[in-house]
Structure formats: C-alpha cells, structure tokens
Design a protein around this ligand. Structure first.
Ligand code: PMV
Length: 328
C-alpha cells in the first residue's frame, strides 16, 4: 500500500488487490472567488482533514452500480445532481480505453455537499483516481485536471478550475486561469475557523448572478473584480510578511466586495458579524456564496475557540479550526 492508501483507505474499505482506490480532500478559498472566473488571481488552501474516498471493484451483476450517501443504484439512473459522476465514469473509461467490465463504485465522503468546500470536484478527483488505480493506470495531474474539469462544467456550467486543482493537491496555491498555478509555503502564526452556515450554497446561481450583474453594470463589476484581484495580491504579500492582521483586514475587504457582487446573504453576514464581535482579525464568505461557508481569521487558538462559539450562537451549524502554520 502506498502512503496515501494507508492514510486514506477507511476501515470499511479494507484493501483488496482487485480493487481500485482514490481519495481527495476539501478546500478553502482564502481570497478571490468569483473574480477568479474572470481571470483574476485567487488563493486557495487544501483542507486535508475533511476527505472523500472512492473504492472501485468489478460488479458481479453485470452493470455499473454506485453506492453513496445521496444515491445507491445503477449508474444509468443517477439523480440529476450526480450526472457529472455518471459522465465522468464513462469519460474516464473512454479516454484511456479501459475495458467495459461492470464496476461497483463506492463513494465515502466527509465533505458536506453545497458548502463551498469543493465537494463535487473532490468526489470527481477521487473517482478518477480510483478508476485509474483499478485499471493499473498511472494518471498524470494534467490528465486528471482535464477530466475532472469536464465533470465540473456539467455540475457548475462555468468553472475556474480552482476546485479541481486544490482538492487534488496538498499545497496552498495562488491561481489564475490563464497562468501556471503557483504553490507557496503558508506558515502563519494564526488560525482559520471555517463555519458551515447550515444553508446550502448555490455556486451555479451565484456565478450566473455575477455574470448578469456584469452584463448590466460592466464598469462597476470590472472595478470590483479589479479591487478583489488587488486584495488577493496584497494578501499574498501579507502571508509572505507573516502579517495575519493585514491578511484579516484584506479578507474583510474582500467580503465587502463579494457583498457588492450580490453573493452574500443575511445569514452569512450575521455569522461574519458575530465573528468580528468576538475579535476576529477578518472574515468573509468562502466559495460560491449565497449560503455555504464563511472563514474567519483568529490570532490564536483561544480566540479561534471563542469565535467558533460566537459563530455557532449566530446560526453556524458546524465549525472546523485550521492551524495556518502547517503548510511550511
Ligand atoms: O462553491 P465552490 O466551492 O464550488 O467555489 C466556487 C468558486 C467560484 O469562484 C465562485 C467559481 C469557480 O469556479 O472558481
């Protein structure tokens, strides 16, 4: 077993030689969502403690079958929200001319769907890895990204490719659609608290809302995007300078501009306000918005705990805390 298989194959997925395994993890967009769709930079970090694992094996009953928390049944009759998965299985097989034997695909995910945590990209990454592992094919990152981005386009229509990249990698990245992704060490004496608003995010609607606004108010949106892009670049400098206070300030500005783009809502703003009142250095929504998650920056673990408590009192359902000095 490889290291990642030791680390990620869960108890109920006892490794067998005639099975294929794949994994991927959740992600957090630190700064720059939405603007990244229009080729401005964004910063994202892997969130490896929340994962998805996929196991693939031959299916004796002679047809492709899928088992997951959302749906269990033949691959041909998946619900609409899993059509990307259905397409991806066929696309992967066709791309590498794997034989057509029937597969049993088991998806075991800890990543909540629709929370801006990269669930759909992560499931797709793990699925392609598992199918390739099953057929003993060593897939390159380039091939993986190409396949998963096609599935993401089915799930979200318009995608920057950032989720695909970061759910498959364990390094923080500064990403711009038209440029080569740039990995960097993140070693900050601060904590990030991620809070699930308990409300499903609507990435697809949020992306089209921004597009509509852009069509109606071209200059206004161009200015907002330009500013978000500048905040992201300044945030990268703040990270290099090991200056959490500055990073927090920029996160808050970023949220204000996302609000202007119309992708926040009353619940997210309430949770963000509660974190400010509890002493956060900065806070913003993360991912597509209109629900989903918020992130907030804390100076130390005690403050992170106090902020998490305040966010729960303001309506957050679940929180996770991430030490930002672990990506050196
Ligand atoms: O909601 P998520 O985690 O899929 O993040 C979407 C991020 C956007 O910038 C809004 C869209 C994209 O494809 O980058």
């Amino acid at each position: 077993m490889t290291d990642w298989q030791n680390k990620y194959v869960s108890q109920d997925m006892v490794r067998a030689s005639n099975c294929g395994y794949g994994h991927a993890h959740s992600k957090i967009i630190l700064m720059g969502e939405h603007a990244v769709v229009y080729d401005y930079p964004a910063i994202a970090i892997p969130f490896t403690s929340v994962q998805v694992r996929v196991k693939v094996q031959a299916n004796q009953i002679g047809r492709d079958f899928i088992q997951s928390s959302i749906y269990t049944g033949p691959l041909t009759t998946v619900p609409k929200q899993m059509e990307n998965i259905q397409a991806l299985v066929n696309l992967t097989r066709d791309s590498f001319q794997f034989d057509r034997k029937a597969l049993l695909i088991k998806i075991d995910s800890d990543i909540p769907a629709g929370r801006g945590m990269g669930s759909s990209a992560a499931v797709s990454v793990a699925l392609v890895r598992a199918i390739c592992d099953y057929f003993n094919y060593s897939i390159s990152d380039y091939q993986l990204h190409l396949l998963v981005n096609q599935a993401e386009a089915i799930a979200h229509e318009s995608t920057s490719g950032l989720d695909t990249l970061i759910t498959a990698s364990d390094k923080p990245v500064i990403y711009r659609k038209s440029q080569k992704p740039f990995n960097f060490p993140l070693d900050l004496n601060a904590y990030l608290v991620l809070a699930d608003s308990g409300m499903e995010g609507r990435t697809q609607q949020a992306v089209s809302r921004v597009l509509q606004l852009k069509l109606q108010q071209k200059e206004f949106v161009a200015e907002l995007m330009e500013s978000i892009g500048n905040f992201v670049e300044q945030a990268y400098t703040a990270i290099q300078d090991k200056n959490p206070a500055e990073l927090g300030r920029l996160m808050t500005y970023n949220h204000y501009y996302l609000n202007q783009l119309g992708v926040s809502n009353e619940r997210l703003d309430r949770i963000i306000n509660a974190s400010w009142m509890a002493g956060a250095l900065g806070a913003k929504l993360t991912g597509g918005g209109m629900g989903g998650c918020v992130i907030t920056l804390a100076e130390n673990l005690n403050q992170a705990k106090a902020i998490a408590k305040a966010m729960k009192q303001a309506g957050a359902h679940k929180t996770w805390t991430l030490n930002l000095n672990k990506f050196a």
